[in-house]
Ligand binder design. Structure first.
Ligand code: ARG
Ligand code: ZN
Ligand code: CA
Length: 243
């Protein structure tokens, strides 16, 4: 990032139950987590093993809560087909998606914690959906996904990051300083966990782009930082946000 990227965040809350109509406190706790995780001020950043101390990143992107839009619904779950983003389906259309990050907070269902649109897609569906049970730190946030890392992971996708295992056994995430992983890791992996891929590297299971529990993920790498920063420069897919 050449200058400073500051991302205004619009939070679109779709609720059927009062619990789903999450509080401003819970929403703000999520914004705070994004700021910590993208600026290496998360309290668990010091847990990064020394093996990765040379590549752990301060991404240097900040987030500011712009507005919260709330709408009641009779839907019990929204799925992953972007209906929450469409007024014709009872959803909420994004606000200024080329200059603001839109988050949709709703019940997704099917065991899905959240999902994101990569850069380069339609503006009308751009942003990140997060199930209301996995937003922020308080209220409805439920363990082991109650540290706000679902949003960190999904915003990583929104900023062009792939899963660290490349969605294939020994696949590529297009980032050179992250080790090649066999597959997704879950739970709280013991360290070191060795890959059986070429070179048998120690896997970076504590990376936000793996699938571990919230308390087991606490870093981006410098290569991931470069990939994210590239979309915000002039000519990049999200240049409307950056400098
Ligand atoms: N897209 C992933 C899912 O829905 C999100 C994983 C987030 N991981 C986490 N520890 N919060 O399964
Ligand atoms: Zn993902
Ligand atoms: Ca890699």
């Amino acid at each position: 990032v050449n200058g400073k990227v500051e991302i205004p965040v619009v939070v679109n809350v779709l609720y059927r139950t009062t619990a789903e109509n999450i509080s401003l406190t819970q929403i703000q706790s999520q914004i705070n987590v994004l700021n910590q995780d993208f600026n290496a001020t998360n309290s668990d950043f010091n847990k990064v093993p020394s093996l990765f101390s040379g590549v752990k990143a301060n991404v240097g992107i900040t987030f500011v809560l712009d507005q919260v839009i709330r709408k009641s619904t009779t839907k019990t779950s929204w799925g992953t087909t972007d209906t929450m983003k469409k007024t014709t389906y009872g959803g909420i259309a994004p606000t200024s998606p080329t200059t603001k990050l839109n988050l949709w907070v709703c019940t997704i269902g099917g065991g899905i914690l959240g999902y994101a649109q990569f850069p380069g897609g339609a503006s009308s569906t751009d942003g990140v959906a997060i199930d209301s049970k996995y937003v922020g730190l308080s209220g409805t946030a439920s363990a082991p996904y109650n540290l706000g890392r679902t949003a960190t992971h999904e915003v990583g996708h929104w900023m062009n990051l792939r899963h660290i295992w490349g969605d294939a056994n020994c696949g590529s995430d297009l980032v050179s300083d992250t080790p090649t992983h066999n597959d997704a890791n879950y739970g709280v992996p013991a360290y070191p966990h060795y890959s059986t891929c070429s070179g048998t590297p120690v896997e970076m299971t504590m990376n936000y782009m793996d699938y571990t529990d919230d308390n087991a993920m606490y870093m981006f790498s410098n290569g991931q930082k470069s990939r994210m920063s590239a979309i915000f420069v002039s000519g990049g897919a999200r240049s409307g946000f950056g400098i």
